[in-house]
Design a protein around this ligand. Structure first.
Ligand code: SDX
Length: 427
């Protein structure tokens, strides 16, 4: 009978070992290597896990070759253009889009949980004022575990739901507090009469006492187009299967630690410029390049194997085509050009980089395309968001993904504590 799965032959002994496939509903299948070390006395070697599946998951699907992204089977293009971020959060957590009644109830649940314990508010005073908001945010989220210690042990669906609602609802408040602290201005508490996304802009921009400055010509401090743009940005960042920070969240979940310290670890991992920190680095890089005339010189640096310089916002471990989120942000940027004060110089530099990179063989041969971070920075800048808050905004969007992945890990009977091995090359 034809053998199933895969056979590995150890040519030193001539022995062969069979390994069953792990079926997928879409995308690559797996090879079940769990007994490989016991069978062969050898480890599989895969630094960066480029060919390794750490789990089975039904949350997010990515097809890197096609540049396709789906949350619970729904294409990101549909969610970003036809649905709100809160609908996307419900979809990720529950597995389907909410009814209008369910959405209103979820919205109210989050509004009521957006407040922070006063004790946690004092944590910020321990930081130097120039502390990067990502350091205060990751610390505040870790500290949150001591205010909701009961989430260390959860058994019922309602307990999981409550833990998830709290962290999703409080992240914008903590991020806004981190920003206000870095500016030395009084914190603005959540306003439960405002939607999730508008409330974040309100907590970032309102004057002390919560007054919204109404300009003489009636121009409100927060325009509806800004709320819609930021809401779309949150949706695009909501989840992305087993990326570096999600892998960290799952690894911390595997030791039995509190869910909020797992998410705090995810925030720390996301901060790196190779990951979520790239959005802040992209703008720094565009400003450093300074003008379209300088682009060619920096492209040459990016291509030089001896030069560690990399084009921030380019390349992706999975996407070997345009990042679909980048495409959506690019069209959003074009829509906003009239409405918001976009930095045309930065956009011209970005457009020139993209034009060269999409034709230059160095990038084409390595399938390096703009990723989500390449475009988000220009839009966030146009929304008046300071660069230091770009990655905290990524955190706000991604929190629903992290907590959903954390819960899926906890419910996966095949999972156990993460403990990879090594190839020892020491003395
Ligand atoms: C995010 O994983 C996720 O899903 C992440 C994310 C999410 O939603 O969670 O999508 C969000 O983190 C997007 C990525 C943001 N990071 C950046 O934009 C930083 C710049 N990009 C690179 O550092 C890099 O492309 C990575 C980290 C994104 C991917 O790295 P890989 O898959 O490990 O690729 P690699 O380092 O093996 O590079 C392959 C080749 C190398 O050249 P050779 O050694 O083959 O000659 O491509 C080159 C690299 O030097 N290369 C680049 C480059 N990225 C890769 N060369 C110049 N500029 C770049 N940006």
């Amino acid at each position: 009978m034809a053998k199933k799965g895969f056979t590995v032959t150890d040519h030193r002994s001539g022995k062969s070992y069979d390994y069953p496939t792990v079926e997928s509903s879409r995308g690559p299948k797996g090879v079940d290597f769990r007994s490989f070390y016991k069978d062969t006395g050898c480890f599989s070697y895969d630094p960066g896990f480029t060919s390794t599946a750490s789990c089975k998951s039904s949350i997010t699907f990515i097809d890197g070759e096609k540049g396709e992204l789906r949350y619970r089977g729904t294409p990101i293009e549909k969610l970003a253009t036809e649905h709100s971020y809160l609908e996307t959060c419900f979809l990720l957590r529950v597995g389907r889009l909410p009814s209008e009644e369910e959405l209103n109830h979820y919205d109210l649940e989050l509004r009521h949980r957006s407040f922070i314990h006063e004790g946690l508010r004092n944590l910020f005073d321990a930081f130097p004022q120039e502390a990067h908001p990502m350091s205060t945010l990751s610390s505040a989220v870790a500290a949150l575990s001591s205010f909701y210690y009961e989430h260390l042990e959860m058994n019922t669906e309602e307990e999981y739901r409550e833990m998830a609602r709290r962290i999703v609802a409080k992240m914008p408040t903590l991020a806004a507090f981190a920003y206000r602290y870095s500016k030395g201005i009084p914190f603005i508490y959540p306003d439960i009469e405002r939607s999730f996304t508008e409330n974040f802009l309100y907590m970032m921009r309102a004057y002390p006492g919560g007054k919204m400055h109404i300009d003489p010509e009636g121009e409100r401090l927060i325009k509806p187009i800004e709320v819609k743009a930021l809401d779309t940005i949150f949706t695009l960042h909501a989840d992305h299967e087993q990326n570096a920070s999600t892998t960290v969240v799952r690894s911390v979940a595997s030791t039995g630690a509190h869910p909020y310290v797992a998410i705090s670890a995810g925030i720390s991992a996301l901060w790196g410029r190779a990951h979520g920190g790239a959005n802040e680095s992209v703008i720094e890089q565009l400003k450093m390049i300074g003008s379209v005339e300088n682009v060619d010189a920096f492209i040459a640096k990016a291509k030089d194997p001896d030069d560690p310089f990399r084009l921030m916002g380019f390349g992706h471990r999975v996407y070997k085509n345009f990042d679909p989120r980048a495409k959506i942000l690019k069209s959003l940027q074009d829509q906003l050009k009239e409405e918001l004060d976009m930095d045309n110089n930065l956009m011209r530099i970005a457009a020139r980089i993209e034009e060269i990179a999409l034709s230059d063989d160095y990038f084409v041969s390595r399938k390096l395309y703009p990723n989500i971070d390449f475009y988000s920075g220009v839009i966030l800048t146009a929304l008046g968001i300071p660069r230091s808050m770009f990655t905290p905004i990524f955190v706000i969007g991604r929190t629903i993904g992290w907590v959903t992945q954390w819960i899926e890990f906890k419910k996966d009977a095949e999972q156990k504590i993460v403990r990879p091995r090594q190839i020892y090359v020491g003395p």
